[in-house]
Design a protein around this ligand. Structure first.
Ligand code: GCW
Length: 720
């Protein structure tokens, strides 16, 4: 009996160990390369790829070779040999036209011309009379991108019998912005500390730095800004630049350049000069010398990102000069080295009539004044990464300036680290918005990819959601927004559904039910958050400073536009910010017919209603409900849909890796509680103005408004 028990115990322990060994901790991101689960597909792939070859010897090609080896062996479940000839055929041939003589027998000229410097061609064809799959490019980095794309075809179990793909990026600079501080904290970071260990650099190269580069290269990201826009000047000292150079060296083979945030006052703080004025020749020399020093250490350094005269940061206005004067100062310094400057348009004063108008007021008159190697980096909306904003009217207002997009992948205002929100929908909504700058069809995407105004220096940035958490993003679904950012930066024509589909297959499973169910969760997730946080165009009603949870009552900041009340303007008559002619007239910053549409109470899209209008509580909506009832129903629908997300996820138990499933179940639990918190707090707060009852049949808040107002979160993550 005793022996049986021991054996039983041993078996249970072993079973436990096996389960744990299979448990996925999310570290591998979307590059898992697990065995292809569909037996038919597996057979097809094994037949089509009997061997592989890759030509060239650069570090980039070595990285591609390693990726191919690991990827193919993992996906196909056995050692697929690297070969040096086409043999019996069915070989995967990768390389540049220049390095691989086998490719010269195929007519690739037109396709390669289209592929450009970073793109690639993937096609099936005959090489030396034998069947082959070809991954060809003009450059080694193009080959690496092609290898990742080919592996993605297998990961997502696509048909590879008849391939004819030409792929190239539509936007030149595709960049992750890290808001990482030198002390290891991450501003608005919800996935632990910074992944950069400045203390152990430049000697200690963490495995994670390489995997970071792999992940980014696999989705076409080609730049990274290592430090926060609230920049510590220390990053520009030699001691840190040597560390930056070490990271640049890790990223180089993956086609990723490093950029740094520069503090405008660095000539004073580091250079001991009396001023940082762009007109001061010593200041100009200081920046030139600094640029020379940086490029001597990092010959392919990308350039600077600057936040100036915003939220306490120094800048050219300190000397009575324009934002363009400031940007051009740094642009001059990096120009001889081929560097660029990304200058942020997130500039505002604290007591404006309408903060949403300020960026346009400040920057539009400067159109044409920025140096050719400057890009003006504009947040997607006029304010600040809200769950929903109309697009910033600067897109479409400065045809003579290189304008780049800034999205926020970290979810400062979208549930932070715990909520499940797939941001592709938000990114797409902005990119597809029509600015009407040159008539119908002048989309934000066309401004950003340069096609509307004929710009070639184009860019898109995403504020990173990456931290030292084992799975990189805290909630594993955060990975999907990082993934989506890269995929859209490469090709903004992809749909949210296509991107979700890829990510789910690579991350969780190719099982049709899993794909369909998780896709539903992801595609609806952003609207759900909007519904329970900021329906009908409400915005900026978050907890003070940490932006965690609801805070529509916040009215105590000395900066008027840091108060929620400044934005929602609730009173006994109604709610919303009048941005029509009778109010701030922000509508006039948009081109017709959009300006008129936004200005009209009846034509304004409902999703922006309270962004542009102060609407009476008893206003009859198109739905037949009063505004008050409609707001309530949105809040309640938001909570219901989070519960629906929970139901869907619960139905997938056993179909997804146990650890990944458990983690998400717990995060959804948090999200449900937070959704109820938002709903109750906002309904109770706005009710103090509307004086109308929460519609019959809806569950009544179980706590008082005073309770919600009393909640404090001094240690909420990401604050500084
Ligand atoms: O939304 C605000 C954030 C700040 C951030 C700022 C910016 C880096 O709350 O934390 O500072 O935007 O974009 O500069």
């Amino acid at each position: 009996m005793k022996r049986t028990l021991i054996v039983l115990g041993l078996l249970i322990t072993l079973a436990g160990l096996t389960t744990d060994a299979r448990a996925d901790d999310g570290y591998r991101l979307w590059l898992k390369y697990d065995l292809v689960s569909n037996p038919q597909k597996l057979r097809d792939y094994r037949t089509s790829v009997r061997g592989w070859m890759i030509s060239g010897s650069s570090r980039t090609i070595q990285a591609a070779r390693k990726e191919l080896r690991n990827g193919l062996n993992g996906l196909l479940g056995s050692e697929i040999p690297e070969v040096d000839g086409i043999g019996e055929g069915n070989i995967l041939i990768c390389g540049t036209y220049r390095d691989n003589p086998l490719l010269r027998g195929i007519d690739l000229k037109d396709k390669l011309e289209e592929a450009g410097t970073e793109g690639f061609v993937i096609m099936t064809g005959k090489v030396g009379g034998k069947d082959a799959i070809i991954v060809a490019a003009n450059t080694d980095i193009g080959v690496l991108h092609g290898v990742f794309d080919f592996l993605r075809l297998l990961q997502t179990q696509r048909d590879i019998g008849d391939l004819d793909i030409v792929s190239f990026p539509r936007i030149k600079l595709r960049i992750l912005d890290h808001w990482d501080n030198l002390n290891g904290t991450v501003e608005r970071g919800y996935a632990g500390f910074s992944i950069w260990n400045w203390h152990t650099l430049p000697v200690f190269i963490k495995r994670r730095y390489i995997d970071y580069a792999r992940a980014n290269a696999s989705i076409g990201i080609n730049g990274t800004v290592l430090n926060s826009v609230n920049a510590d000047p220390l990053i520009l000292t030699h001691r840190y630049l040597v560390k930056v150079a070490a990271l640049a060296d890790v990223f180089r083979p993956y086609g990723i350049k490093v950029y740094l945030c520069a503090n405008f006052d660095a000539p004073i703080t580091l250079g001991k000069l009396k001023s940082a004025s762009p007109l001061d020749t010593n200041v100009r020399k200081w920046w030139k010398d600094k640029a020379d020093e940086i490029y001597s250490l990092i010959p392919d350094f990308g350039g600077f990102l600057v936040k100036a005269n915003s939220e306490g940061q120094p800048g050219p206005s300190d000397y009575g000069l324009t934002q363009a004067d400031g940007a051009n100062l740094l642009a001059d310094a990096v120009r001889p080295h081929g560097g660029i400057v990304m200058w942020r348009a997130f500039v505002y004063t604290y007591n404006p009539k309408d903060r949403a108008k300020q960026a346009c007021e400040i920057f539009k008159p400067l159109d044409g004044k920025f140096a050719s190697n400057v890009l003006l980096q504009i947040k997607n909306g006029p304010l600040d990464f809200q769950p929903r904003e109309p697009f910033s009217p600067l897109f479409g207002a400065m045809p003579k300036t290189n304008l780049m997009m800034e999205f926020q992948i970290t979810m400062e205002y979208l549930g932070q680290g715990t909520s499940t929100v797939f941001l592709a929908s938000l990114f797409k909504e902005t990119l597809e918005s029509d600015t009407y700058a040159k008539g119908k069809g002048s989309t934000v995407a066309k401004v950003v990819d340069g096609s509307l105004d004929g710009h070639t220096l184009t860019g898109i940035a995403g504020v990173s959601n990456i931290g030292a958490d084992r799975n990189w993003t805290g909630n594993e679904f955060g990975q999907s927004s990082w993934y989506a950012f890269g995929r859209l930066a490469w090709n903004h024509d992809l749909t949210s559904k296509q991107i979700a589909d890829e990510w789910i297959r690579m991350t969780f499973s190719n099982d049709a039910e899993v794909v369909a169910s998780v896709e539903r969760i992801m595609l609806e997730s952003r609207e759900n958050v909007v519904n329970y946080m900021d329906p009908l165009g409400l915005n900026m009603i978050f907890g003070y400073d940490n932006h965690y949870g609801p805070g529509p009552w916040v009215d105590w900041s000395p900066h008027p536009d840091w108060n929620s009340t400044y934005y929602h303007k609730a009173d006994s008559l109604g709610v919303g910010f009048d941005r029509t002619k009778t109010g701030s007239d922000a509508v006039s910053q948009y081109h017709p017919p959009l300006s008129a549409e936004f200005a009209s109470l009846t034509e304004c899209p409902l999703k922006y209603l309270l962004w542009f209008h102060h609407v009476p509580w008893n206003y009859q909506m198109k739905s037949g409900k009063t505004l008050w009832d409609d707001i309530c129903y949105h809040y309640y629908a938001g909570v219901d849909s989070v519960r629906e997300m929970q139901n869907i996820w619960n139905s997938l138990k056993g179909k997804i890796d146990k650890q990944e499933w458990n983690d998400e179940q717990m995060f959804l639990d948090i999200q449900e509680k937070e959704a109820v918190w938002w709903r109750n707090a906002c309904a109770l707060y706005f009710q103090t103005f509307s004086k109308m009852p929460i519609p019959a049949g809806l569950e009544k808040p179980d706590k008082t408004l005073e309770y919600y107002e009393s909640l404090k979160f001094p240690n909420a993550p990401g604050t500084w």
